[in-house]
Structure formats: C-alpha cells, structure tokens
Ligand binder design. Structure first.
Ligand code: SF4
Ligand code: SF4
Length: 311
C-alpha cells in the first residue's frame, strides 16, 4: 500500500533531511509469549537483507507470560542508525493483542500520518470510531489466521505480513528467509500465515480528528508503587488485590465438571493463586487475576480444563 517514500513524507520537515528524518520508527505492543520481540527481530533482519540499516530491541521489565511488553524497530534505507533509545514517537504502531487497545495508550506519540496496525477480531469499520485518528488504521484478525494455519494464536509472523503490506518497509519475500532461519521445520506454516495476513489486512486512511473521548487507562488511575504509603499497601487502592492483573490475559481456563474429579491439582499449581474452591467442591478461576498461563490445563490429570481465547 504505502512505501518508504510515502511514510517519510508523513513526517519530513522542510529543508535538509537529517538521519533522524529518514529513520522509520516502529513500536510493537504485545504480551509476554506472543512474540513481539521476535517480530521486531525478523523485520529488522528482512530490512538488513534488503541492504537497509535496522535495529530491533525489546523493553523488558520483570514481565512474565501474559504481561504487556514492548519491542522497537528503527529502519533507515541509507544510513547507520546511532540512536539507541526507546521509540516514543513512532511512525508505526503494531498491536499484537487487541486487549491492549483498552488498557494501554498504544497511540501515545504516534506521528500524524503514521500507521496503527492491530490484530482484532472486529471489522475495520467497527474499530474506526474508537481508534481512528490522524494515522492510517489497519486491522487484521491475526489470531484467527494463526489458529487456522499454526494451530495456536501466536500472531507474530501473521502480523509481520500485515505490517509488510500496509507499511511497505520491506518486501513480503524478504521476510521468508528470516522466518525460515528462526522457525526451521515450522517455517512453512508461519510463512503461509504471513502471506495470508498480507493479502487480507484492511486499512483506512487517516481521519482529521481522533476520538475526542480519550480513554482513561488503568495505569493513569491507579497510583504507582512509589506513591503508595508504607503500611497502606494492603488496604488502599493500588495494592495487589486492586490491580486486576487478569487484563494481561489472552486466554482463560474453562472447567468441564463432567470430567473433574475434584483432585485440586489445578488449585495447587496455579502460580497466581487465583483458582478458588467452590461450595460444591469443584474449582473455578478468578478471572480478575488469572493470567492465562495454562499451567492448570497442563497439570489437570482428567483433561477437565480447556484454555479458551479471549474475545
Ligand atoms: S494456572 Fe490457570 S487459573 Fe492460574 S493463572 Fe494460569 S491459566 Fe489462570
Ligand atoms: S486439576 Fe482437573 S480434575 Fe483436578 S480439580 Fe482441577 S479441574 Fe478438576
């Protein structure tokens, strides 16, 4: 759809181009385990294979599977890139988990005329009023494609196809070799998913004004740990019970009580301590805190737990 030239045109200042002017910056939003970091690395490798200069690096805290994570790219067609800082004013934002649209300000700093590409089960027309703005909005049901072709909703390679189409920073074919090298025998399906997303991603041109009812995100409402008073950590908003960390989750357990023998292994193994004993002796997950790790499913001896995608 659009290529390097048109993207540069989005933010080119009058006068002589600086190195920074020619560098396209990308911010990936995903959750631990979804492959945001791998996506950034594969995109950088594809750009380098085309003779461009590229960086890929993650922003890691103490996150674990399911927690929001960031990864970044910088790509410059002509010059080495010396900036190493995190990308705060991206030209392109890629969202691997649609749930993050509602808990993180993914468009923070997104340049006018940039691109927001998101994985979503919704149609483009249905998310335009919420996430449209002075940027191209692109949507693809990457989870459905990944489930169909890979058998699991890991959307990193699928989203790469969508990004290749709407941003035009690298050729689709340039992604094939890096995916081969990374995934080995699993490469073919990943390449198929990438190609399908390339073909199916839908996009809408920027609109003059973004959503005026700006969302308030949880991180803006709850105090940070530095603001919590000693001794009040248990009692006040912002403590562990107030942080409903279940919004990290991309899948949740469903229990089949026809199969369950009430052994309680799921309760014992849940690392979040969020499986609760019901009055009838069966167990259920408290979805305010379940992070969707799947350990309960893995440990259940009766195959009574199935992990189900969030919708
Ligand atoms: S073990 Fe099961 S209930 Fe506990 S966090 Fe993981 S998926 Fe959720
Ligand atoms: S581990 Fe499985 S069988 Fe045991 S209590 Fe949990 S759901 Fe039931």
């Amino acid at each position: 759809m659009r290529g390097f030239e048109s993207l540069q045109g989005c933010f080119r200042k009058p006068g002589k181009l600086t190195e920074k002017d020619k560098t396209i910056e990308i911010r990936w939003h995903g959750r631990g385990g979804q492959g945001a970091v791998t996506s950034a690395e594969l995109l950088a490798l594809a750009a380098i294979d085309e003779g461009k200069f590229a960086q890929a690096f993650p922003s890691f805290g103490p996150e674990r599977r399911g927690a929001p994570v960031l990864a970044f790219n910088r790509i410059n067609r002509d010059s080495p890139i010396r900036v190493r800082a995190a990308v705060t004013h991206p030209d392109i934002v890629v969202v691997l988990d649609p749930g993050l649209l509602y808990v993180t300000d993914v468009t923070s700093g997104l340049k006018q005329g940039g691109i927001l590409v998101t994985n979503t089960p919704k149609r483009l027309v249905d998310i335009t009023s919420e996430f449209g703005g002075p940027w191209m909005l692109a949507a693809i049901d990457a989870a459905a494609i990944a489930r169909e072709i890979l058998g699991i909703p890991i959307v990193n390679t699928t989203m790469l196809g969508a990004v290749a189409k709407v941003a035009g920073l690298v050729e689709l074919e340039s992604l094939v070799e890096p995916i081969h090298e990374r995934f080995g025998p699993r490469a073919k399906n990943n390449i198929d998913a990438c190609r399908k997303a390339f073909d199916e991603v839908a996009s809408a041109e920027p609109v003059a004004v973004g959503s005026e009812q700006r969302r308030t995100f949880p991180s803006e409402v709850l105090p940070s740990w530095r603001e919590l008073l000693p001794g009040f950590i248990v009692a006040e908003a912002g403590n562990a019970s107030q942080y409903r960390t279940g919004d990290w989750r991309s899948q949740h357990p469903e229990f089949d009580y026809q199969k369950c023998n009430k052994c309680g292994l799921c309760y014992i193994f849940c690392p979040e301590g969020c499986i609760e004993l019901k009055e009838d002796g069966y167990f259920e997950a408290n979805l305010y805190y379940c992070k969707g790790c799947g350990i309960c499913d893995h440990e259940c001896p009766k195959d009574a737990i199935t992990m189900v995608e969030e919708t």
